[in-house]
Design a protein around this ligand. Structure first.
Ligand code: C2E
Ligand code: MG
Length: 716
């Protein structure tokens, strides 16, 4: 009976103390009472208890263990403790091998073993930490335990707070933000490493000092005191605080102050976390500036301009006052950019901005509108003529050359003016119309200003479409070269042929270069066009030479924009090489004035061309200003007198004087002189009397296509 009961008690029975009672009934009753007591103890104890058999299989678990492990006992019982459902880890987070776990050691050694294990709790999906005490149980006379009693004590919280504390300490010392902690009286008690890096002060420097000590005097922002003044449940404050560095310089910081309270709610500490936001503030200011300004010239951009005009027009509307928009565009800026590079172009734009700013009134707005376009807005102008005065001053200010990176640049500007209210009642219309007026100014020869008038807009559009069409003229094979003879006065024979380009426009017919060369120069297309002309003129010259025509020179016009490009000399050499024309047969006529800027770069390029064996002529000599000194330094062979002087050489004493002076000047410098535009024998004779060497004009032949036999006739 007793044996049966013992069996019935199962696992527990084995552990119970069995007094040696002689009365079996008493013995059984005592055993029952004892079993009930122990079962109650087993079930109600706070600590988790697990029994394992000699093979490590779980035989029973109490409620506390079930709760702790987060699993019902029927899942745990009957399996190995380690297998049942857990991942088991050590304190260092490595896997805890089963054979080294306390229960296994106890079973092996027969000794109690204590250890800490992390058990995966599938319900909470996290680890719980337990201290395991494994105690062996022996049957009388046996050395090997036949089962193990394992108690599990939950130390998860303790572990977590240990972890948090060490994490907090790592963060405190490694975080990029400066931290200082004060006591309740705001005396500094601790600082971190970043604090020292940011402020220059060490813990020693600041220990026991008031938190105020770290604030800059100019602090008119919310201070660290802010938090102590707030009431209620607020426990932290954030804001910008100016701080003083140990070197006595101030810097802005973004600061968070938090209170640490005890369980009674009394403030124990203040924790100040801050970062230096100097760079951030600068970047922010810079971004704010960039949103409304042009980074190159620092002038207001379109957005700010529009904003100012919008605002000002409202006042003007109310007060019935007038305002004006001046639209400036630098003439041939693209050519300068292409020739000298963008760094020089940028310098020129900066200088332009400076010159414009120097001329306007304080209340005017100067804006860089786009590329080389600037807009000046004048509010409250006394009369419509007033903007014209400023426009003229703006034009005049570019009379003085600009020096950028050692280059002497000569530029001009064209200005368009629109008036409020007559030319537009809103910002966009005023700007658009000033732009149209500026186009007209360009058309009128640049370097001038124009007021807006209605027909302008259409004209401007026409010009723009012309520019587009011109760009396509090359690939559409619409460019044609005409040739005009040049005659030696002494022999009356053909000496040279000037190539003159024409554009066969698909709808407008043959267009004169006078119309499209300026557009090509302005748009930069002249570079491609010029290369095409040079290539084809050289090819034609080779053909004539092959045919036995004794022409000494093929004369090709070169624009300043082409010439000022750094690769010009290389381009000429390449074309001579590819066409096989000897350089001595080529003469370049330098048109426009800006090649005479006398810069070292210009003179070097001219000398390189001469060294290659090419002759240089200055076209249209006598038009525009030209310094005698420059002429001495430039290695040209010939001067070409402009046809305007030739036309009136017979009737106008002034023109005759200029012609005579040019010839004398040329000869004085051992240069040849050719006169352009000779239409009559009288003109020819007069020029011969004045000592001119060569002539060109309708008298000898108009520009013609290459297959004309005029050249053969002139050879005879
Ligand atoms: P330019 O180099 O001074 O050329 C002379 C211009 O005078 C030519 O006009 C020619 O047709 C014209 N002409 C010739 N003989 C007489 C005459 O007896 N009386 C009058 N009244 N005019 C005469 P075109 O061909 O219209 O050329 C105009 C300008 O266009 C040229 O002036 C030159 O500056 C430019 N040009 C022409 N072809 C080219 C070129 O291939 N490249 C560059 N960059 N410019 C060119
Ligand atoms: Mg010419």
């Amino acid at each position: 009976m007793l044996e049966k009961l013992k069996e019935g008690l199962g696992t527990f029975g084995s552990f119970f103390f069995m007094p040696q009672l002689t009365n079996p009934k008493l013995a059984i009753d005592t055993l029952r009472i004892s079993e009930a007591k122990y079962r109650s103890l087993f079930e109600n104890i706070d600590q988790g208890v697990v029994y394992l058999d000699a093979a490590g299989i779980v035989m029973s678990v109490n409620q506390a263990a079930e709760q702790l492990l987060g699993l019902p006992h029927d899942i745990i019982i009957g399996r190995k403790f380690a297998d049942s459902c857990f991942k088991v880890i050590r304190e260092d987070a490595s896997v805890f091998p089963e054979e080294q776990q306390p229960a296994a050691l106890t079973l092996r050694t027969g000794k109690p073993v204590e250890g800490v294990m992390g058990l995966f709790n599938s319900e909470r999906q996290s680890y719980i930490w337990v201290v395991v005490n494994a105690v062996p149980e022996f049957r009388g006379g046996e050395d090997q335990p036949y089962q193990v009693l394992m108690t599990l004590t939950d130390i998860t919280r303790q572990k977590q707070s240990e972890g948090k504390l060490s994490m907090a300490s790592v963060i405190f010392n490694n975080i990029g933000e400066g931290i200082f902690v004060t006591d309740k009286d705001k005396k500094i008690i601790s600082v971190n490493e970043a604090f020292t890096a940011i402020t220059g002060y060490t813990q020693q420097d600041v220990y026991g000092k008031s938190a105020h000590f770290l604030q800059a005097k100019k602090n008119n922002l919310k201070s660290d005191d802010e938090l102590s003044s707030v009431t209620g449940n607020v426990t932290s404050w954030q804001g910008e605080v100016w701080r003083r560095h140990k070197s006595n310089t101030d810097f802005p910081s973004w600061t968070t102050v938090s209170q640490v309270r005890d369980s009674e709610g009394e403030v124990l500490h203040y924790v100040h976390v801050f970062m230096d936001i100097t760079h951030f503030k600068k970047a922010q200011e810079h971004l704010g500036f960039l949103a409304y300004h042009d980074p190159l010239t620092k002038l207001p951009n379109r957005l700010l301009l529009k904003d100012r005009i919008d605002h000002s027009l409202q006042t003007a509307m109310r007060e019935g006052s007038q305002a004006a928009v001046l639209f400036l565009d630098l003439d041939r800026f693209k050519g300068i950019n292409d020739t000298y590079g963008h760094a020089v172009g940028d310098g020129l734009l900066r200088e332009t901005a400076k010159r414009i700013k120097n001329l306007v009134r304080k209340e005017d707005t100067v804006s860089r509108y786009a590329g080389d376009e600037f807009v000046v807005f004048m509010e409250n102008i006394p009369d419509a003529k007033n903007p014209a005065k400023l426009a003229q001053k703006l034009i005049d200010t570019f009379n003085a050359p600009v020096f950028i990176k050692g280059y002497r640049l000569k530029i001009s500007t064209s200005v368009g003016i629109s008036l409020f209210p007559q030319d537009g009642k809103d910002t966009d219309t005023l700007i658009r119309n000033a732009d149209a007026a500026m186009y007209r100014a360009k058309k009128e020869g640049r370097n001038n200003f124009q007021y807006y008038s209605l027909e302008l807009t259409t004209e401007a559009f026409e010009k723009m479409s012309m520019e587009r069409a011109l760009r396509q003229s090359l690939e559409r094979h619409e460019l044609i070269l005409y040739y005009q003879p040049q005659i030696c006065f002494k022999t009356g024979k053909l000496v040279g042929v000037e190539s003159l380009v024409r554009w066969m426009h698909p709808t407008l017919g043959l267009i004169s270069p006078k119309q499209f060369i300026p557009i090509a120069e302005e748009s930069g297309f002249i570079v491609a066009l010029g290369e095409w002309v040079l290539q084809n003129a050289c090819i034609q010259m080779c053909r004539w030479l092959d045919e036995g025509l004794l022409i000494k020179k093929m004369v090709v016009n070169v624009s300043a924009v082409q010439f000022l490009r750094s690769d010009f000399v290389a381009t000429v050499e390449r074309i001579l090489h590819s066409t096989g024309l000897a350089p001595s047969y080529l003469e370049l006529e330098l048109t426009g004035g800006s090649f005479m800027d006398n810069s070292e770069q210009t003179i070097k390029a001219l000398n390189q061309l001469v060294a290659v064996g090419i002759d240089l002529t200055i076209d249209d000599f006598g038009v525009g200003c030209f310094s005698f000194n420059n002429l001495k330094r430039i290695p040209v062979k010939k001067l070409k007198i402009n046809s305007s002087f030739v036309v009136d050489v017979l009737n106008n004493a002034n023109d005759e004087d200029v012609t005579r002076a040019v010839i004398a000047l040329g000869h004085g410098l051992h240069l040849q002189v050719i006169a352009m535009g000779i239409e009559s024998n009288d003109q020819q004779n007069r020029l011969m009397d004045l000592g001119c060497d060569e002539g060109q004009g309708y008298l000898y032949g108009s520009p013609v296509l290459p297959w004309s036999n005029i050249f053969q006739q002139l050879m005879k």
